[in-house]
Write a protein that binds this ligand. Sequence first.
Ligand code: CTP
Length: 402
Amino acid sequence: MLKNKIVLLGITGGIAAYKSAELARLLIKAGASVQVVMTDHALSFITPLTMKSLTGRPVYTSLFNPAYGSATIHIDLAREPHMFVVAPATANFLGKLAAGLGDDLLSTLFLAVEPQERPVLLAPAMNTAMFENPVVRENMERLRLRGFELADPDAGTLACGDVGKGRMVEPSQLLQLIREKLVSAAGVDYRGLTVLVTAGPTREPLDPVRFISNRSSGRMGYALARAARERGAHVILVAGPTALEPPPGVELYPVVSARDMHQKVMEKFPQAQIVIKSAAVADYRPAENSQQKIKKGRALTLKLVRNPDILQEIGSSKEKRFLVGFAAETENLRTNAREKMVRKNLDMIVANDLGQEGAGFAVETNIVQLLFKDGRVEALPRMSKYDLAHCILDRVKEQYGR
Ligand code: CTP
């Protein structure tokens, strides 16, 4: 999602400046280019060399430096970025921004930034008493009204030892806010649509302490739910057991077994126009679920019975819905995936080659091929599951309603 995006990261003089190094790293990892501008006070907390090493770009710190080769560096820097972030943003910086003052490079370049045109995210960080100061509050309110987004600071122990509100939002959360701002700037193309996503493994109980399951972590489905929500969809997420934090704003239904998932999906799918089934549903369950713990004996033979094929069932009554399935394969990827697409009456299938490193279950990335009903195949490079989620949604949007 952040590929080819340029983010200007302003750093002002607060102890949280050390966290902006982590934010830059996360942005770069997500595919963005990061241009850092630091204030004089920020230089007391973190060095330009740190930021230059992380971003691979020169770091700008002053309005007048002949080495920059431009007398209008404040304007040049304001032209390129898709988004502006200031983290940490001190009370002083917020005050200058609210008052329209430009007495250093960062504040001056912001005079050339229009928050209605390109998103701006400010991450205030300061002592609680400063944060509660009516003048500071008034400044923040004024900035909000002008279209600046402020990341409400966390409460906790502050650098001065006080406990209260004022800690800068963690870099991982800032990254998420940046993504959301960039996505909404690009348009909420799923607004008005309901997307049902299934995620994670299922667990098939054997007795009160044991179950049969698989290696699915739920990451792919959660990334799809998050991405669809960011793009404006109403998202229904039916998820087997995972250790993941649910994405904000989605209607989540945790389930355990394939039969639970089947029941919930059949209840909910009529509301959805698009169904994406990324769950790794167990095809079989133990024929008996013992009420008591099975005691060990000499040998144990398990009898398994078939679970319902949820996707196939939806496929047979899909009407105008757009159905996306996943195929996890260890051999004959395309042939098997295409056979599943036809058998389950799907519009698209995401074929996962489990044999490749960096693909499949319980890893952060995936390498897939997208197969379409009209016979087309698109092989995608290795990418994060979140980026892949957006790619899948791009293709679904192109095809849906055709
Ligand atoms: N699926 C489902 N219900 C099942 C099994 C699978 O809805 N009982 C869905 C999965 O969520 C996935 C697709 O069907 O979107 C393909 O799953 P996969 O396990 O790859 O295929 P199967 O149909 O189970 O075939 P096989 O295990 O023989 O490869």
